[in-house]
Ligand binder design. Structure first.
Ligand code: COA
Length: 93
């Protein structure tokens, strides 16, 4: 039985900032919980302010950082690991 779910979401340009990302992540949290996962991990690069705010708003917390974990556009940047512990199905969220 898997215990840790990894999730990544992407919303098409032109459809951002209208709540779709929030609904996608909420749905994935519910699905992971229903399927018995205990934890969700989400890796994000440091400068991805949009994703970090979205996930923080939904209760994810930064739990780790890999210096120079990503290489993009000719430079390294830190990879941040965000995580959320999931309550057991049936528990109050
Ligand atoms: C991150 C992403 C999924 C957000 O999707 P979205 O549909 O725009 O998100 P929402 O409209 O639900 O926004 C929820 C919150 O996220 C934060 N947020 C979203 N876009 C933001 C931006 N450009 N700048 C700062 N905060 C942002 C805000 O706190 C926002 O709440 P608010 O609008 O009430 O201020 C989208 O920007 C995206 O697809 N980015 C590229 C792919 C990506 O980075 N995926 C995640 C990591 S792999």
């Amino acid at each position: 039985m898997e215990t840790v779910a990894y999730i990544v979401v992407m919303v098409k340009r032109g459809y951002r900032r209208i709540g779709i990302g929030t609904e996608l992540v909420k749905t994935l949290i519910d699905l992971a919980r229903e399927r018995g996962f205990k934890l969700i991990h989400f890796p994000v690069f440091e400068r991805n302010v949009a994703a970090r705010r979205l996930y923080s708003k939904l209760g994810f917390r930064e739990v780790g950082r890999i210096p120079k974990g990503f290489y993009r556009d000719g430079e390294f940047m830190d990879e941040i690991l965000m995580a959320m512990e999931l309550p057991e199905p049936g528990d109050q969220a």
